[in-house]
Design a protein around this ligand. Structure first.
Ligand SMILES: Cc1cc2nc3c(=O)[nH]c(=O)nc-3n(C[C@H](O)[C@H](O)[C@H](O)COP(=O)(O)OP(=O)(O)OC[C@H]3O[C@@H](n4cnc5c(N)ncnc54)[C@H](O)[C@@H]3O)c2cc1C
Length: 286
């Protein structure tokens, strides 16, 4: 590991000043479950690591505010998976958080870190995309709220500026109950990054939102407004054809050690259909 300076600011202003001073030479540290690995293997070599855990304004609270569920930047997967409001209204997110790594990882890994690491395989991101999440970022010009879909670029790259940091993630409160589910495929049981990670939400108005990851440079959101996928009476063949059309931009890496493109694309179809079925059942169960 290349030596670096370690800073632990106690205020947001202090953290932003460090980011302004060091720019792309600085890296933020939250749970460290991604960052430490990348520091160790040398894929990133920051001169300064800024630990965000001492910042007074950052919290790990989940609370309702102005029609949104606000998840503080310090919130870890364990707390997301256990939160009653998330389990009720954002079930796919609770399920995704519950399968990240193992207990020790989930006790440290933050939702903000999962987003900002920008892995195509980030398990919570598809669920956040179907739930229309937005990211709250603080920077020198103040705070801005960005739809998550506009934050993701490709592995390790987001549209956040080097002098910005995420303070919270916000989920709009659903106006009607929906059926939502997260499914994934891994090479083996136990902790592993997903070969396919997928979330689905079926709404009573017939709109189905799906998002999938590990099949290209970034997780992608697709929407079926035709009502076909949400229709419990529609046949599997018709749904498979609709899913194939929706998944047309899936472009899995041909060189990944996890699984080949053909397998991933086949599993995307299988999980897509299963997810739609499960979401319809959950919607019907209320
Ligand atoms: C053994 C193991 C198993 C894993 N399994 C899974 C899995 O199954 N599914 C999965 O999705 N992930 C998995 N991960 C990856 C990792 O645990 C998650 O991505 C985690 O959510 C990252 O959060 P963190 O708080 O540890 O982030 P860190 O490692 O602290 O940071 C990650 C990145 O986000 C940036 N960052 C952190 N906080 C902020 C902020 N507030 N504002 C701006 N940038 C910020 C950092 O600078 C860094 O670039 C696994 C990791 C390990 C080591």
């Amino acid at each position: 590991m290349q030596p670096f300076e370690y800073e632990r600011p106690t205020s947001l202003a202090g953290a932003l000043a460090l980011l302004a001073e060091h720019g792309a030479d600085a890296r933020l540290l939250a749970g460290g479950t991604d960052l430490i690995i990348r520091l160790r293997d040398g894929t990133i070599r920051p001169r300064v690591v800024v630990d965000v855990k001492g910042i007074a304004e950052l919290d790990g609270e989940i609370r309702e505010a102005d029609g949104y569920l606000r998840i503080g930047a310090m919130t870890v997967m364990t707390d997301i998976a256990a939160d009653e409001r998330i389990r009720r209204d954002h079930q796919a997110l609770a399920e995704a958080a519950a399968v990240v790594g193992a207990v020790q990882i989930r006790n440290r890994a933050t939702l903000a870190g999962n987003i900002c690491n920008a892995s195509p395989a980030a398990d919570t991101v598809p669920a956040l995309l179907v739930d229309d999440a937005r990211v709250v970022a603080a920077g020198p010009a103040g705070t801005r709220r960005i739809p998550l879909d506009e934050v993701l670029v490709r592995s390790g790259v987001t549209t956040l500026a080097p002098d910005e940091l995420v303070t919270a993630i916000e989920l709009p409160r659903p106006v009607t109950p929906r059926g939502t589910v997260h499914l994934r495929r891994t090479r083996r049981r136990g902790h592993d990054l997903a070969s396919v990670t997928l979330a689905c939400a079926v709404a009573p108005d017939g709109v189905t939102r799906m998002a999938y990851g590990s099949l290209g440079p970034r997780p992608l959101l697709v929407v079926d407004a035709s009502g076909l996928l949400a229709d419990p009476e529609a046949g599997d063949e018709a749904k498979r054809a609709r899913l194939a059309a929706l998944f047309v931009d899936a472009s899995p890496s041909p060189t990944s050690m996890r699984s080949g493109p053909e397998y991933r694309l086949a599993m995307l179809q299988v999980l897509g259909l299963r997810a739609v079925r499960a979401a319809i059942e959950r919607l019907a169960a209320g």
